[in-house]
Ligand binder design. Structure first.
Ligand SMILES: [Zn+2]
Length: 292
């Protein structure tokens, strides 16, 4: 179900309708719990969604776990959507069974999730694994998050589109401007990847920076955590998948060779079903954590 099929502000109603429908379809199968992945920082212990929920503002500050638990009489768990996605990759993905896995998910923004030695890393305030807003250029330009030189500025859908918009105003960016039909709002990451693939110098400049920024983050993750697997997924991953050699070369540039040799890097373009499995993976993970 589309979150806002019923109009703006209807996320809670959509969740309720979806759960009621799933319960109706479950027949004699037992439902053990409810998991929800939300594009926001989440206070997981309290089950409360943070104040900055840009895509679902109506859920900001909502104690969703308690609400669903009361409404459906089932244990309910809420976490950040990319944390849930990392649990899905870890539990159900092609790399299931590994002890440590990091998901880097460039989409509109840049999400990430870390499972280390079998535990999801959330940090003390739920900001654990916000690698999209870790700086890859310490003196880089200001980021929309209030930081500076963040990975998301260079390698997210929004970052790539904004960098291309800037270049489109220069003489060398004429082809970029024309490809967007002269409308800056129509500039998006797939368009920039396509033009770079066709050899346009301005688009190539933007995509080259995106690859290098992603390479720097791979260096940080490999040298800092040395997980068994890094999965690059999300809406913009298809663009990077076509440039796998370039991305891996950038990782070589920034990571310890012997550490990198132990970490497998997989570029797997986004699939919404993985995110949905993340909700289930979250519920299973939390129910198992309760038994520990
Ligand atoms: Zn930032």
């Amino acid at each position: 179900m589309a979150t806002h099929a019923g109009g703006a502000g209807t996320a809670q109603a959509t969740i309720d309708a979806l759960l009621a429908e799933l319960r109706r379809q479950s027949g004699t199968r037992e439902i053990v719990g409810i998991g929800v992945g939300v594009p926001a920082i989440v206070d997981v212990t309290a089950g409360v969604i943070g104040e900055e929920a840009h895509n679902v503002p109506e859920l900001a500050g909502v104690p969703l776990a308690a609400t669903l638990c009361a409404r459906f009489a089932l244990p309910a768990f809420v976490d950040n959507d990319v944390n849930a996605l990392a649990l899905a990759e870890w539990r159900f993905g092609v790399n299931r069974g590994v002890r440590s896995l990091v998901v880097l998910a460039p989409g509109t923004g840049f999400g990430s999730g870390i499972v280390l030695d079998g535990r999801l890393i959330r940090g003390v305030r739920g900001f654990g694994a916000e690698l999209g807003h870790a700086p890859v250029k310490f003196d880089g330009p200001p980021c929309w998050c209030g930081g500076r030189g963040c990975l998301a500025l260079y390698a997210s859908g929004r970052g790539i589109a904004e960098a291309a918009r800037e270049r489109a105003t220069t003489a060398s960016g004429r082809a970029l401007a024309e490809a967007a039909g002269g409308d800056p709002r129509r500039m998006d990451a797939p368009l920039v990847f396509r033009l770079a693939g066709a050899g346009d110098p301005a688009a190539t400049g933007v995509i080259d920076e995106a690859c290098r920024a992603l390479g720097a983050m791979l260096g940080i993750v490999i040298n800092g955590l040395n997980p068994e697997v890094i999965v690059i997924t999300g809406g913009v991953a298809a663009g990077f998948a076509a440039l796998e050699t370039r991305v891996l070369a950038a990782a070589h540039e920034y990571a310890f060779e012997r550490a990198r040799a132990g970490t497998r890097i997989v570029i797997a373009p986004g699939d919404k079903r993985s995110s949905m499995r993340g909700a289930a993976a979250l519920a299973f993970y939390e129910l198992e954590e309760r038994k520990r």
